[in-house]
Design a protein around this ligand. Sequence first.
Ligand code: ADP
Length: 269
Amino acid sequence: MSDSQPHGDATPPTDTDCTVQSPPPKTDGALLVASSVEVAYNEVEILQDVSLSIEAGAVTALIGPNGSGKTTLLRSLAGLNRQVVGNITYHGPESHRRIGYLPQQPAFRPGFTVLETLQFYCSLVGSGTEDATERLDHVGLGDAADRAVEALSGGMTRLVGIAQATIGDPPLIILDEPASGLDPGMSGHVFDVAAELAAGGTGVLLSSHDLELVERTADHIIVLDDGTVQARGPPAALVDRADADSLRDVYEVSTVGDERRVRVRGETS
Ligand code: ADP
């Protein structure tokens, strides 16, 4: 089923939208297509001419240094940023919920348990306790069902956020740093969950600094730096094209600046 829903207000994508060292994104079978996206805050350009498409049944990973614009891009694609110029169009199937979103810093209303919190979100899409419980188990949080959300660690809060993002089985799930603050075992588990969702047909777009997990899991990678797409493609193709040994090498040649300093847009030259 094709349901093109404007998400921004500019023109449809064309083959010439892409300015990076790789082929432009295909639009066949895409869930979401972004074309020439620009975002500026207080006249400082944060995203410039970003074009991409997110496919169903695949994990797309967005990588790049702190401050490169990943969260701004993910929020824009999720329809949460009113400052977007350009065109973002949803092409996926109609659903109670088109896009599930995990923010970088998930927060839940205090005074409720984990299960009550998920039950609330399930009720919004017409499902109940069984669904909430299954989603908690799926992210490995079954034992925390009766714990108050304000008593969770940062990593556990993120897992609740991941469970919340899957409720209603949205065709596209956007996860902003889902593995941040998690131990290596849980980080691996979260990437496995992302891969399982994709194997079931969901489009998953996530950001991460864990390049090994990204290289192992992602079907497509987008390297963002300074608000522009620097490279994109399947992990093996990116590594081959750069004549590199690993995704870390690709990352290093695709991003500029001192790795030990955060580039602050509008401040760092
Ligand atoms: P990343 O997720 O890659 O770390 P962000 O998208 O969070 O990057 O931020 C990119 C740049 O945009 C940073 O320089 C940040 O300070 C700036 N920025 C993000 N949100 C805002 C905002 N609401 N107002 C002004 N500047 C912002």
